[in-house]
Design a protein around this ligand. Structure first.
Ligand code: AMP
Length: 208
């Protein structure tokens, strides 16, 4: 299954992707995770991306399109993938369509996890991640419940940056909802519920 996850930052895309990955063994292509890894490793890509990410702005389209196009050549994506955080602009969506039609692997669904922006601000400012395994928890998790690792707050999860990320989402990414509706690929799920309940709906909506 070839799936694109849509939704504002903090809607729960990463959490739902992790569940799908675990159950269906699909590769999880998270552009945010790829960029954070590049920043941590200090690669040229990471150095270029860091200032955009810290401000909550989008990394330029050509950079991110190149990154995803390259990743889609890997053999592990041949039997399906979950794209999380990409596409985020119309140019990215068009480039993805072009690449997937070249590879003869069209999308099966664009899954929108829908959550009210004020709920998102509360969620993101209290979100914490595990330094070791990437587990997504909350401020209540002193250590990682999965691996015991140290939990930290992402640099871009402070309130001012979160509000900018939501503005960027509204302007640049939310038009993709209509784009995928027009392609008859959009599936929308209410994400303001317990992650397990959301996941049950996700599977039903995807026919899994
Ligand atoms: P995320 O973890 O998906 O919230 O992404 C964190 C940050 O990485 C975003 O705020 C952007 O600065 C950058 N980023 C991730 N994916 C993309 C993308 N598809 N296009 C542009 N920038 C991106």
């Amino acid at each position: 299954m070839n799936i694109v996850l849509l939704g504002a930052p903090g809607a729960g895309k990463g959490t739902q992707a992790a569940k799908l990955v675990e159950e269906f063994k699909l590769p999880h292509i998270s552009t945010g995770d790829m960029l954070r890894a590049a920043v941590k490793a200090g690669t040229p890509l990471g150095q270029k991306a860091k200032s955009y990410m810290d401000a909550g702005d989008l990394v330029p389209d050509d950079v991110i399109i190149g990154l995803v196009t390259e990743r889609l050549q890997d053999a592990d994506t041949e039997n399906g993938f979950i794209l999380d955080g990409f596409p985020r602009t119309s140019a990215q969506a068009v480039a993805l369509d072009a690449e997937l039609s070249k590879l003869e692997r069209p999308l099966d669904a664009a899954l929108l996890i829908d959550v009210d922006p004020e709920v998102i601000v509360r969620r993101l400012t209290s979100r914490r991640m595990c330094k070791d395994c990437g587990y997504i928890g909350t401020v209540a998790d002193v250590t990682c419940p999965k691996c015991g690792g140290e939990m930290y707050q992402r640099d871009d999860d402070n309130e001012a940056t979160v509000r900018n990320r939501l503005d960027v989402y509204e302007k640049s990414t939310s038009p993709l909802i209509d784009y995928y509706r027009g392609c008859d690929l959009l599936v929308s799920i209410d994400g303001d519920r317990d992650p397990q309940v959301v996941y049950a709906d996700v599977k039903q909506a995807l026919g899994l």
